[in-house]
Design a protein around this ligand. Structure first.
Ligand SMILES: Cc1cc2nc3c(=O)[nH]c(=O)nc-3n(C[C@H](O)[C@H](O)[C@H](O)COP(=O)(O)OP(=O)(O)OC[C@H]3O[C@@H](n4cnc5c(N)ncnc54)[C@H](O)[C@@H]3O)c2cc1C
Length: 407
């Protein structure tokens, strides 16, 4: 049996941040991860539209983004603020900038340079890595159990443990939610894992699925529950996804839970007012087919036309009523029937409930075992709130470990 002081399980941003803090305090820290390399989801975050590290809005607007979890996270967010996260990033040689929407990105937009510099710092601090070690729980002596690289059992005793195992989306990155059953068997209070910042299923006809899957609809304004957002959406084989959909996903998910379906509206011609569109649609149709008329007079893309035809049965399409036609183009109802699979979501809602944790995120039922990052029961929109939540909870848990060791 190896004797190791601090064990961190999970080498995502939360685990690595805690490892840095604890190693800097002279503790012997080992990061265990099931995968052959760490930070896989963090790398993925940078690969999709740039690494949105945090958000520049003031803390009193920032904290409520975590909705019901805000009261439990506010201490951690105030102790390790977005400004401190940016300063940390600058300390690793990665300057940051504030984008037009207030989102904060590293200048290089990617996570790989940041991760490389971070990894060097962790190595300089003497952090050990035990990769290809899958955590499988505790034995009767309270020792941690892992399945090692060759399938062998590995038993480890720790003075303190941090679980930073992530959510359950994009399981190929290592975050597969397999910890859920382990903690459930230990009677830790958990909220079921659900997709968040996710796509949604729409029962498309085979025509839309086959012809338009993978195509963006842009620019478009999406409205749900009186909230309208502009941007683009991506049509998938079974529905749609994209940043605008993710931003509305919390409210849509709740509506689905209550009503079993959610109806959002798409403005397919957002550059024009209703009146301007009506004026254009008054252009003589001559021998044009209805689709060609919509394309030429209305300026609609083939995808927008297909969605209009998909949403409204042909016998109900107001072909000769230009006012009604324009109204549909400006607010086309699309019925969403389900969330897309958790595997494709940007983040995971649910996880370890706050009632199971003390103020520094130690499991009440397991003294010396702390939790940080996305595996906790909080959820936030995209915009940098996810990573900030992971970093801030990791800093708080690291402080909790230091307090625990002092006792
Ligand atoms: C496509 C995409 C883009 C994103 N973009 C952004 C963005 O721009 N901004 C933002 O704020 N957030 C973004 N996110 C979300 C963000 O990446 C995550 O919230 C964050 O990585 C979670 O960090 P974590 O440390 O809690 O867990 P993770 O990063 O998920 O790391 C968990 C680690 O635990 C390991 N592990 C799991 N189970 C075991 C086990 N049983 N034994 C051993 N090891 C195990 C995994 O291998 C993994 O390395 C994005 C997510 C995705 C999927």
């Amino acid at each position: 049996m190896q004797l190791i002081s601090i064990v961190i399980i999970g080498g995502g941003p939360a685990g690595l941040m805690a490892a840095e803090i604890l190693a800097a305090r002279g503790l012997v820290v080992t990061v265990y991860d099931a995968k052959p390399t760490v930070g896989r989801k963090f790398l993925m975050a940078g690969a999709h539209g740039g690494l949105n590290l945090t958000h520049s809005e003031p803390l009193d607007s920032f904290i409520p983004r975590y909705a019901e979890a805000a009261e439990h996270l506010s201490g951690a967010l105030k102790a390790f603020t977005p400004d401190l996260l940016r300063a940390w990033c600058h300390g690793l040689g990665q300057e940051t900038f504030v984008g037009t929407s207030g989102r904060v990105f590293p200048v290089g937009m990617q996570s790989k340079d940041l991760l490389r510099a971070w990894f060097k710092r962790l190595s300089d601090l003497g952090v050990h890595f035990a990769l290809k070690h899958r955590w499988s729980g505790w034995n009767e002596n309270g020792h941690l159990l892992f399945v090692g690289p060759d399938g062998q059992d590995v038993e480890v005793s720790a003075e303190a443990t941090l679980l930073a195992l992530g959510g359950a989306s994009w399981p190929t990155t290592g975050s597969d939610g397999s910890w859920y059953e382990i903690l459930e068997s230990e009677n830790i209070a958990l909220s079921p894992l659900r997709p968040a910042n996710c796509g949604f299923e729409v029962p498309w006809s085979p025509y839309i699925s086959h012809r338009f899957a993978g195509q963006p609809l842009k620019p478009v304004m999406v409205t749900f529950a009186e909230r309208s957002l502009q941007g683009e959406i991506m049509i998938t084989e079974k529905g749609m996804e994209g940043s605008v959909i993710y931003a509305l996903s919390g409210a849509m998910r709740k509506a689905l839970e209550v009503e079993g379906k959610a109806t959002l509206t798409l403005d397919l011609r957002m550059g024009l007012s209703h009146e301007e569109l009506v004026e254009r649609l008054h252009a003589p149709r001559r021998a044009l087919s209805f689709s060609n008329y919509l394309r030429k007079a209305g300026g609609l893309s083939p995808l927008a036309i297909a969605l209009l035809r998909e949403a409204i049965p042909s016998e109900k399409l107001p072909i000769n009523d230009i006012e009604a036609l324009a109204a549909l183009i400006k607010a086309l109802p699309i019925i969403v029937t389900n969330t897309a699979t958790l595997a494709r979501a940007i983040s995971t809602a649910g996880g370890v409930k706050f009632e199971a944790l003390d103020d520094f995120f130690m499991l009440r039922r397991k003294p010396g075992v702390f939790v940080a990052g996305e595996m906790m029961d909080w959820d936030a929109p995209t915009g940098g709130y996810l990573l900030q939540g992971c970093f801030s909870t990791a800093v708080a848990a690291a402080q909790g470990i230091l307090n625990h060791l002092e006792k």
